[in-house]
Design a protein around this ligand. Sequence first.
Ligand SMILES: Nc1nc2c(ncn2[C@@H]2O[C@H](COP(=O)(O)OP(=O)(O)OP(=O)(O)O)[C@@H](O)[C@H]2O)c(=O)[nH]1
Ligand SMILES: [Mg+2]
Length: 423
Amino acid sequence: MAETTRTVFESERALGLAIQMQGQTDTEIQHSLEELGELLRTADIIMVGQLVQKRDRVSRAFYLGTGKTNEIAEAAEKVGANLVVADDELTALQIKTIEEATGLPVCDRTSIILDIFARHASTREGKLQVELASLQYQLLHLVGGYENLSRQRGGIGVKGPGETKLETDRRVIKNKLKKLREELDKSVQDRDIQSRKRQERFNTVFSLVGYTNAGKSTLLNRLTGSDVKICDGLFTTLDPTARRLDFSSGRWGILSDTVGFIRKLPHSLIRAFRATLESVAASEVLLVVCDASDAQYAERLAAVEEVLGEIGAAERERLYVFNKIDKPMAAEKEEILSAFPGAIFISAQTGEGIDELKQRLEEVIVRQYVTLQLLVPSKSELVKEIMQTAIVRSQEWGQGTVRLEAEVPVKLQARLQNYVVEP
Ligand SMILES: Nc1nc2c(ncn2[C@@H]2O[C@H](COP(=O)(O)OP(=O)(O)OP(=O)(O)O)[C@@H](O)[C@H]2O)c(=O)[nH]1
Ligand SMILES: [Mg+2]
């Protein structure tokens, strides 16, 4: 079980802290705090108040300025908060100064996200990834002699000769991280072998990407008739799920669902989920799902682009899918289309627009097939692979060979080179 980075209190009521740097608008800060509220709600915490300070720069020791830090306790008392949560990742020292000034437990946006991930991870690989990210977070937060970790865990290792408590903690975490990385690599290898079996090698893979809660899993279910868990909360899906996507023409591809993105997505998580995210980057087409009813859709799409850039998917072909059009839309279709040419409008919930989406996906698939005339030894493994992945137009079985006319995935074409014949 992945450890969470935060101690859980009964009926937690949080005071949200945020800083407004130069160039950031009030609305941006408000949106970010609203999102923090959503994150907290997903982690079963209520945000009961907020405290924002305009700052030019933030010091390593003070998130809010010294004067403002002293106001936190009073603000918390006023709204009955028993927890303080910052809307950014804090340094160990920043946590310590706020804790000392308020006497309240303090956590940050990153630890809340890690907490949600820890609750939602269900597969072994998912759990390992979350544990890795949590440990990386803990390692960073040991800096400066802050003994938050040992206090929460009641000590995590036996001191070596001449080591300080901090050095011991650091060494124990580093060893644990190394072991976890090895375990994770092995688990990823096993997954790769399994996915090969599913022939992702030869079929077009569409990856659903987008902000968390945009409706990616609902769309996967709608398109493939699956029943992946969906929920009105953040980061419901953590583990990659791939499903076969069939078209009435007999062509098929693979649709893959994965973890959603968010603004300020912790780097430790991006690093820990590297393998998962790399498989997204390797798919042919990204279906970028966006909640069209969301007033912040443009900012959120910008955050999605940022993460895509970080995982090496900046150049991938993408199809923008504006979902939830059964609700009032945040902008006119024309406006969206001029910013995102070729965007498709759907409701994964009601099914509206799904036929058009399927048609567009099939157009992509058609480009990934070539029609070939083939003469293949009938006992060859290739015959089986062709039968599984191609659309066979005609087949004539002869003495030891089979003559085929088939639409074949381009990914398989190279291996068939020696068997191509004239029509
Ligand atoms: N009204 C409406 N709600 C939708 C639509 N599609 C999804 N939802 C709702 O939006 C919420 C999130 O849906 P999910 O499919 O879990 O979203 P997701 O993108 O997979 O989210 P994560 O896995 O958390 O990243 C759920 O409450 C869905 O019922 C839609 O077309 N219309
Ligand atoms: Mg999901």
